[in-house]
Design a binder for this molecule. Structure first.
Ligand code: PEP
Length: 671
């Protein structure tokens, strides 16, 4: 499911609450490095420029409780007095950060600091601000609820923060892996949650590395410890053609291969893991690139004299500190074949100048690859520090602002702060009804496979029963699901003229449309019968589109909501929350189907919102947020974008306009 971003919502006159990562290094109340503040500026400017009434920012800054405890212990050890207030003021209070932000924003917006008494109960203060004001809240970690383990405690702070916004924007990629009140729980209490521009950029670069990279993918993974990188190595192996393993962790791999590593860093308890990874790489056909020569030292010290070791084996008196020239030549060869490069962790002790050459060369090779059009992504604190040291950060496609967050994303994990910004996927379905011979269906299916290739949404083609097999063969491997327009209430038996779920399964059908208005009104299917089919289809693993909608007479009598309520509730009777995840609801006002009359976007939105509310009552807020509700009824290219722009309209069930690729494609590719 795609993340929803600030570009998809209307900010005019809205109050916005945004999580940023302003966890910047501070000394005596002065910001030491404002990279993270600068990274949030585009989203701040975007929201203000789009007319937000107020923009309230929240962030943590260090960890006041833990940091103060440590500083106090140190002061006691050194025989010094410890002034808690002074310490906290200089390191953890947000007022100086707000002042710094004001300097960076200049005339673009006025920044006010909400005060030192926390994040609770500030609503009146925020509401009294002039339009377009940016408000900085105090450090969220002054509240123990921010990092609480118990959901109730998290929710207490989250609810209070949610009072400041009609829209929650999460732009704090650096804290996206934390499941905390201001990063994730808050989304439960605001109507809309979206990602900021920084978060969007991070996700757009990092996520495809795991899900669908432009291949060949070369991963360069370095750093000290195998133990902290096992998950990322395993995850990247699935797609990488080569895994370059460098830094301290390489020696655990070399030892696992029986090589001599001298006094080099090693994790003996990870030798078996290293062997397993080497084995897994063989199975995946991924090349593992380990150092074949080294630059060594007799001890781990900046002043140590570098000793070149031309072979892979290192004598007992030395330790590996950097890679040698033969290894770098190999890196060059491997990197030259990549179309995507992801780099996490240095390949040597780059902090010491005498051992920085290898990491510097890698930075240069990756930068050169960028200029050849290769997608290059650098993540993780140390490798980011390295590209900064070598002045090459601007030469990378993307340098991540998140250490732990970028690593967890590359491990293929779901990050709480990102998950809350995911939107429902648009789902555009074509119902071909009782039209077309097999040859005609095949022609349409072929045209759709071509025209919808690369389309961003979820697609379905539902031909008549006679064409399902033909169309299924054409859709195989495409991004279009195969649908059926109905099924029987029973698996098999004496049901002349009916088609069973078993037969549809046999044909490779993915989705079954049930309760279509023509089934309800022409073939007199009632709610109980539709519910029986729903249960059967879901039990056999199909996705289902449940159609609901009122007739013209019912609408004119003001019964639209009551009809949709009955049909939705009865249709879903006895269906579990787990099965609901496979249900799409299509709101299809009967008077609009095949008539050329379309509900206005506002009228359609009102019913969609009503149906979503019903789902919330039946299955809870999260299920309601996630369920896809399509609109159906004379959808065409001219009205598709307007309808789909409505907050609760998540796609379309299309009849007439689905019969030709020329009319369906613009609907399916609406923007
Ligand atoms: C339908 O058949 O579900 C439908 C909405 O048809 P049309 O798009 O032709 O109104």
């Amino acid at each position: 499911m795609m993340i929803k971003t600030v570009k998809t919502v209307e900010f005019k006159d809205k109050r916005v609450i945004m999580r940023v990562d302003f966890n910047v290094p501070m000394k005596d109340g002065v910001v030491q490095d404002d990279t993270r503040i600068a990274a949030a500026i585009p989203t701040i400017k975007y929201i203000i420029a789009h007319g937000a009434k107020t923009l309230t920012l929240m962030s943590h800054l260090g960890d006041p409780a833990k940091d103060a405890e440590k500083a106090k212990a140190k002061a006691e050890k050194d025989g010094k007095t410890f002034d808690y207030d002074k310490y906290i003021k200089g390191k953890h209070r947000m007022a100086p950060v707000a002042a710094h932000l004001q300097k960076k924003l200049g005339k673009a917006a006025v920044v006010v600091f909400a005060g030192e008494d926390g994040c609770f109960g500030k609503k009146a203060f925020i509401d009294s601000q002039k339009p377009g004001t940016v408000i900085m809240l105090e450090n969220t970690r002054f509240h123990k609820e921010e990092t609480a383990k118990d959901a109730k405690d998290l929710d207490k702070l989250a609810k209070s923060l949610a009072e400041y916004g009609d829209i929650f924007v999460n732009d704090a990629f650096g804290t996206a892996h934390r499941d905390q009140a201001s990063t994730a729980s808050i989304a439960k209490f605001v109507p809309v949650s979206v990602a900021g521009l920084l978060m969007e950029k991070e996700v757009n670069y990092l996520e495809p590395v795991v899900t669908n990279p432009v291949k060949p993918l070369v991963a360069i993974i370095g750093g000290a410890k195998v133990s902290s990188k096992i998950a990322v190595l395993e995850s990247l192996l699935k797609n990488a053609s080569a895994l370059v393993i460098g830094g301290g962790m390489a020696f655990t791999f070399l030892k696992a291969q029986g090589k001599k590593i001298g006094k080099s860093l090693v994790e003996d308890d990870q030798i078996d893991t290293a062997k397993k990874i080497l084995e897994a790489a063989k199975k995946c056909g991924a090349e593992i690139v380990l150092p074949v020569d080294h630059v060594c030292a007799d001890k781990f010290d900046a002043a140590s004299k570098p000793v070149a070791v031309a072979s892979v084996n290192i004598s007992d008196k030395l330790m590996g500190m950097d890679v040698g020239p033969k290894t770098l030549a190999k890196y060059k060869e491997v990197i030259s074949k990549a179309k995507t490069i992801v780099w996490n962790g240095p390949v040597g002790v780059f902090e010491y100048d005498a051992f920085a050459k290898g990491t510097g060369e890698v930075a240069k090779l990756v930068a050169e690859a960028t200029s050849r059009g290769v997608i290059t992504i650098v993540g993780g604190g140390d490798s980011v520090a390295a590209v900064n040291k070598f002045g090459l950060a601007s030469k990378m496609s993307h340098v991540s602002t998140g250490g732990g967050a970028s690593l967890e994303l590359l491990e293929g994990k779901k990050l709480p702060g990102i998950e809350v910004t995911r939107g429902r996927e648009y789902f555009i379905a074509g119902n071909w009804k009782m039209h077309k011979t097999r040859a005609e269906s095949a022609e349409l299916a072929k045209a759709l496979v071509k025209s919808l290739k690369g389309g961003k949404h979820k697609y379905l083609a539902a031909p008549s029963f006679t064409s399902i097999e033909t169309v299924g063969a054409i859709l195989k491997g495409s991004n279009i699901l195969l649908g059926a327009q109905n099924c029987s209430t029973d698996e098999q038996g004496a049901h002349t003229g009916e088609v069973s779920v078993l037969q549809l399964k046999d044909l490779g059908v993915d989705v079954i449309i049930l309760g279509h208005s023509e089934r309800r009104h022409v073939y007199k299917e009632d709610d109980a019968l539709i519910n029986k089919k729903m249960k059967l289809a879901l039990a056999h693993g199909f996705e289902v589109i449940l159609c609901v909608g009122e007739t013209l007479d019912e609408r004119e009598k003001g019964k639209a909501e009551a009809i949709c309520k009955r049909q939705t509730e009865k249709g879903l009777e006895g269906i579990s929350a787990a099965d609901l995840a496979k249900v799409t609801i299509a709101y299809e006002p009967v008077w609009a189907i095949g008539t050329g009359k379309t509900a206005t976007p506002d009228d359609a939105q009102a019913i969609h919102k009503f149906i979503r509310g019903l789902i919330a009552k039946l299955y809870g807020a999260e299920a309601a947020r996630m369920i896809v509700i399509q609109y159906g009824g004379s959808v065409k290219a001219e009205n598709a974008a307007q309808l789909m722009a409505m907050e609760d309209i998540d796609g379309a069930l299309v009849g007439g306009a689905s019969l030709k690729a020329e009319t369906f494609t613009p609907i399916a590719k609406f923007s």
